[in-house]
Design a protein around this ligand. Sequence first.
Ligand code: HQG
Length: 180
Amino acid sequence: MLVEEEKISKLISYALRHEPARFQLELDESGFVSLDELVSKLNQVEQVDLKTEAVVALLEKSDKKRWEIQGHLIRAIYGHSLSQKIIKQAAKPPEFLYHGTAHKFVDRILAQGLLPKDRQYVHLSQEIITAIDVGKRRDHEPVLLEVLAQFAYENGVVFYQEKDGIWLSEPIPVRYLRVM
Ligand code: HQG
C-alpha cells in the first residue's frame, strides 16, 4: 500500500472507529454511515481530495478488511472506541478462539480476564496465525491465549462474528483462558 493510501486508510478508520463527530458524521446503531457523506466530510475537514471510488478500491486491495461497504453505506468492522456502543449480532462461536498479546500484559489478563481496554469489544481470531500477528504489534514473540469460546458462550459470555475469522466478545473471565 502506498504511503498516501495508508494515510487515507488510517483517516477513514479514525473517523469510523473513534471520532465520527469530528467530521460531523453520525453513525447508525450498527456503525454505518453514508459513504458519499464520509468522503465529502473528510474532504472538507482534512482538505484532501478523496473520491468515493478510491475508497472502494482501497478496501478491495487491502489485505486486512477493516471496513465493510453495503450498498451506499460504509462501517468499520471492529476497533470502535467511541462512547456510542455499536450494536453487533450475537453468534455461537467455535470451540476455540485465539488472542495474541504481549508478555507484559499476561499477568494482568490472568488476574482480570480479557478486557476490551480502549475499545468496545474484546478482539479474537479464529485462526492462530492471525492472533499471533495481532500480538506481534506489541511483542516480537507474543503470547498466544486460547479462549474456551463455546464453554464461555454456554455460560453466558456473548460473542459476535465478523468477516474473515474475526470474532468480538464481551470480557472473557480467566476461567475460559489458557496460555498456549
Ligand atoms: C490487552 C488491530 C492488561 C490485549 C489488530 C491487547 C487487531 C489487557 C490490548 C485489532 C487486558 C488491547 C485488535 C487486561 C486485554 N490487562 N491488558 N485485563 N485485557 N489486554 O489494540 O486485540 O490494525 O485494543 O491483550 O491487528 O491487540 O487497528 O486490541 O494487547 O486486529 O485494524 O490490551 O486492532 O487492527 O489492544 O487488537 P487493542 P488487540 P487494526
